[in-house]
Design a protein around this ligand. Structure first.
Ligand code: C5P
Length: 229
């Protein structure tokens, strides 16, 4: 007999950047018809606003205020949702590597994480949620019905990011990207709060060898076997 879940299902997809988390999560959400949370966008927006408003990256109360009041809106886009901040389309700026670096600084601030927690949990709605981030399975949705943690070597991840950004017309340098990825990994995994690490009950998938379609298949099989779909 299967025990019915009391909360809408969540598939938590965690791991460092460049592992294909975002692509996988979007595909899963589209295939299942579930909601999608790109939690990195929230940290990226706080970092971007802090930079625009010259808020110091160690000014916790001001950063928390920015996080609590994010005037954020997602609108349907061609490949992924477009990101709007108080009516301004900021999708390209949000995706810059420099914004990712700012995000990882503000993400180490407990007050910022606290301010964003409820907002993320509110997105857990029927028929289900695919949540992409670093702490989806450990902190935000510790009771997620399925937790996936993607890994890949920094070199492969830098190459993927390089192709992705080049494809979008950005001027990028592979060696610089690798250095940025290493720095960001170091900050994300060593921070005191919600460090980047797999939940104890996460399924760890190494994407060095697996293509995105293979990863998607494995996750779908896991979702079936747990009665989520
Ligand atoms: O996933 P993305 O590259 O957009 O995340 C940007 C940064 O935001 C990460 O390097 C990380 O520091 C932070 N982040 C986080 N927790 C999440 C999602 C992102 O700390 N759930």
């Amino acid at each position: 007999m299967t025990i019915p879940y009391t909360q809408p299902p969540v598939i938590a997809v965690d791991g460092p950047s460049g592992t294909g988390k975002g692509t996988l999560s979007l595909k899963l959400a589209a295939r299942l018809g579930w909601h999608f949370l790109d939690s990195g966008v929230l940290y990226r927006l706080v970092g971007m606003l802090a930079d625009r408003q010259a808020v110091a990256l160690d000014d916790a109360p001001s950063l928390a205020r920015l996080a609590a009041q994010l005037p954020l809106e997602f609108r349907p886009g061609r490949e992924a949702p477009e990101i709007y901040l108080a009516g301004e389309c900021v999708t390209s700026e949000v995706r810059l590597e420099s914004t990712g670096a700012l995000a990882s600084w503000v993400a180490a601030c407990p007050e910022v994480r606290g301010a964003l927690l409820q907002r993320q949990r509110e997105l857990r709605r029927a028929p289900g949620l695919v949540a992409d981030g670093r702490d989806m399975g450990t902190v935000v949705f510790p009771d997620a019905q399925l937790k996936i943690f993607l890994t890949a070597s920094p070199e492969i991840r830098a190459e993927r990011r390089y192709k992705q950004l080049k494809g979008k017309g950005f001027d990028v340098n592979l060696a610089r990207l690798l250095e940025d990825i290493r720095e960001r990994d170091e900050r994300d995994s060593k921070r005191a709060i919600a460090p980047l690490q797999p939940a104890l009950d996460a399924e760890i998938l190494d994407t060095n060898l697996l293509g995105i379609a293979e990863v998607e298949d494995r996750v779908m099989r896991l979702a079936y076997s747990r009665g989520l779909v």
